[in-house]
Design a protein around this ligand. Structure first.
Ligand code: AHM
Ligand code: MG
Length: 337
């Protein structure tokens, strides 16, 4: 069949047998994320119009304040998952504690938990730059039938059943993995359907783009500073191009297609880095490995880190295999014992 005619809905159904614990539950879950993605997409696309529409009195007839988009996205994803009772628990960047899903249909019997960053890079919205949603899915470890516990969320990234992101860019894409490679779907806004546009996405083994906030240069560890110098050297295939959008999903997406490395390291002001292990680093690391790349905190595979807190941070280097190996070698050189 022509790949252009496969919708995400059809793809989910035809790949259901690949899921480890196939009972249709994971398919329903991904379908709910697909629906929430379309709703958030609609709102993100008109973000710049909010003041104009608001001033004309066409919105907010109840006189309510316009909700911030990241809070809005959180509500949309939460209600898509909670109202359909297809998960037993949710952890979100926007919530201090995890949410136990309760309801009419024995939500405690559900197998899966979702961890989500509903709108990452949301400070970019005001300036019309791409943002994204990141999600990670695990099978619970505590027995079904009981309320979910914190330990169900504190699993190593290697235990993920599925992970993905939605990038709200020049077009909107949903990219995800269930452990059988990475596939990307582009939204046709006229019809409201996602179509398989990027089957079997892989990182080129050697890339030529590096992405890191060099404004923090003075505070970076020596290994990172040396790696940046290496990227800038006039040698062989270098200097590499420097590209940093400041929206992880967008930087990652470009690097996966073109070949590159994304780094958010520790720095003396943020000793554990900035990004969150559970719903930023882990899902991106799972996608990275599924796309043939590598993801590390500089010394350890991201997916092997044992989390201890829901919102803990971790440094991350992810992207094209050879680039990440090189950056890790620089980090190892100055490793403090
Ligand atoms: P957020 O979760 O508060 O939106 O922060 C995460 C974002 C990433 O998308 C992005 O890569 C990074 O923060 C940019 O941070 P900085 O401005 O420090 O470079
Ligand atoms: Mg975030």
């Amino acid at each position: 069949m022509n790949k252009n005619y496969i919708t995400l809905g059809e793809f989910i159904i035809s790949n259901q047998q690949d899921f480890k614990y196939s009972s249709g539950e994971l398919s329903k879950l991904i379908n709910s994320i697909r629906l929430a993605a379309k709703i958030v997409n609609h709102e993100v696309n008109k973000a710049g119009l909010v003041d104009i529409v608001g001033a004309a009195g066409e919105t907010n007839i109840q006189g309510e304040d316009q909700q911030k988009l990241d809070v809005y996205a959180n509500d949309v994803f939460k209600s898509a998952l909670i109202k359909r009772e297809i998960v037993c628990g949710i952890t979100s960047e926007e919530e201090d504690d995890f949410i136990t899903v309760e309801g009419k249909y024995n939500a405690h019997d559900n197998k899966y938990v979702v961890l989500i960053d509903p709108l990452d890079g949301s400070s970019n919205i005001d300036v019309n730059v791409s943002v994204g949603t990141i999600f990670s899915i695990y099978r619970r470890t505590t027995p079904q039938g009981m309320p979910v516990k914190k330990e169900d969320f504190l699993q190593k990234g290697s235990e993920q059943v599925a992970a993905g992101y939605i990038v709200f860019g020049t077009s909107t894409m949903l990219v995800y993995t269930t452990g059988n490679g990475v596939n990307g779907f582009t939204l046709n806004p006229a019809i409201g359907s996602f179509y398989l546009s990027h089957p079997n996405m892989t990182f080129p083994e050697r890339g030529s783009i590096f992405s890191i906030n060099q404004g923090n240069y003075a505070h970076f560890p020596k290994g990172v500073k040396d790696y940046i110098k290496y990227c800038q050297e006039e040698k062989e295939d270098r200097p590499y191009a420097y590209r940093y959008i400041g929206s992880m999903v967008s930087d990652f997406h470009r690097n996966m297609i073109k070949g590159g490395i994304y780094i958010y390291p520790t720095n003396s002001k943020a000793p554990k880095g900035k990004l969150r292990l559970l719903y930023e680093c882990n899902p991106m690391a799972f996608l990275t490995e599924q796309a043939g790349g590598k993801a590390t905190d500089g010394y350890t595979r991201i997916l092997d880190i044992q989390p201890t807190e829901l919102h803990e941070r971790a440094p991350i280097f992810c992207g094209s295999l050879k680039m990440v190996e090189k950056a890790e070698a620089f980090m190892q050189k100055y490793k403090e014992n």
